[in-house]
Design a protein around this ligand. Structure first.
Ligand code: ASP
Length: 309
């Protein structure tokens, strides 16, 4: 338990199998996670709000091409980008989300604009982009979002689908990014951003921007950001299920999250994981696959980053 701040981040549950992970590459992930933690931590250290910390951390993850969000997002099967993002304030239960967008450099900032500058929760299409322009958000050309590694993954996935060898290996999914925080005032917030699943159909929306599935925050219980097979996370309303177990069954965050990830999702092809924080600043980061890029820091303690078990 802490009365100080705490922050956790993830860079997705679609990690490369250990055998394919070079030491240099793994070190690059740890360094990127540490940079992002530092970005979010500095907001909380200065007395900033959980909402501002998760916005800053997720924007930094979006800027980092190693992760599947913003720059470095995966491709649809048509070779385009479509990004989803959401943010939620656990103090007020305000939330904002966008789906299927391309253009804004930081989709999480557009999700926040939906929350703060409209009466709506979720926006898509031209209306969402018009809001981004009105809000003065930075836009990028398509080339900014292109990375050779994601393009190669798309070609490999399309080839495997065509010759019938596609195996739904989570490492080809490439994850999602997210952050959860508790500030010194005890307020919780969560944010998630993703390019979705490699070779998804144009128009497909995953769990990340769906409040209660991939993103959720409630000061009374917890804040959650998920990563994994989005369709399973939507069907199991993952984040809300954890919140409900805490409220109605009196479960701890650790017990509720462990059950949902290791029992419910694992039994229903819901490969993935999540990061979550409760109102006492306890952090849990369960996953049911090979690994999850993740890290956390609590006030007065050293930060930790991890990829595998
Ligand atoms: N949950 C994301 C989605 O379904 C993908 C992931 O986290 O790997 O869009």
């Amino acid at each position: 338990m802490t009365t100080g701040f705490a922050l956790a981040i993830h860079g997705g549950a679609g990690v490369a199998p250990r055998a394919q992970m070079s030491q240099d590459r793994e070190a690059a992930y740890h360094a990127a996670l540490a940079r992002v933690l530092r970005t979010g931590e500095s907001v909380l250290e200065a007395g900033g709000a959980a909402l501002d910390a998760v916005t800053a951390a997720v924007a930094a993850l979006e800027d980092e091409p190693l992760f599947n969000a913003g720059r470095g997002a995966v491709f649809t099967r048509d070779g385009t980008h479509e990004m989803d993002a959401a943010i939620m304030d656990g103090c007020t239960r305000r939330a904002g989300a966008v789906a299927g967008i391309i253009g804004p450099r930081n989709p999480v900032q557009l999700a926040r604009a939906v929350m703060e500058q409209t009466d709506h929760v979720m926006m898509i299409g031209d209306g969402a982009l018009a809001l981004a322009r009105d809000a003065g958000l930075a836009f990028e050309e398509d080339a900014y979002f292109f990375t050779q590694a994601r393009w190669d993954s798309l070609q490999e996935t399309l080839r495997m689908q065509a010759d019938g060898t596609f195996d739904n290996d989570p490492s080809r999914r490439h994850g999602t990014v997210g952050a959860v925080a508790r500030d010194r005032d005890g307020n919780l917030a969560a944010a998630t951003s993703t390019g979705g699943m490699t070779a998804k159909r144009a128009g497909r929306v995953g769990d990340s921007p769906i409040i209660g599935a991939g993103t959720f925050a409630n000061n009374v219980t917890c804040a959650i950001s998920a990563t994994g097979d989005g369709e399973a996370f939507i069907r199991h309303v993952v984040a809300h299920e954890i919140d409900a177990r805490m409220r109605h069954a009196g479960q701890s965050l650790a017990d509720a999250a462990e059950h949902v990830v290791q029992v419910e999702l694992a039994a229903h092809e819901g490969s993935g994981g999540l990061i979550a924080i409760d109102c006492d600043g306890n952090v849990v980061m369960p996953f049911n696959c090979d690994g999850m890029y993740r890290g956390s820091v609590r006030e007065g303690e050293a930060m930790q980053t991890a990829v595998y078990e």
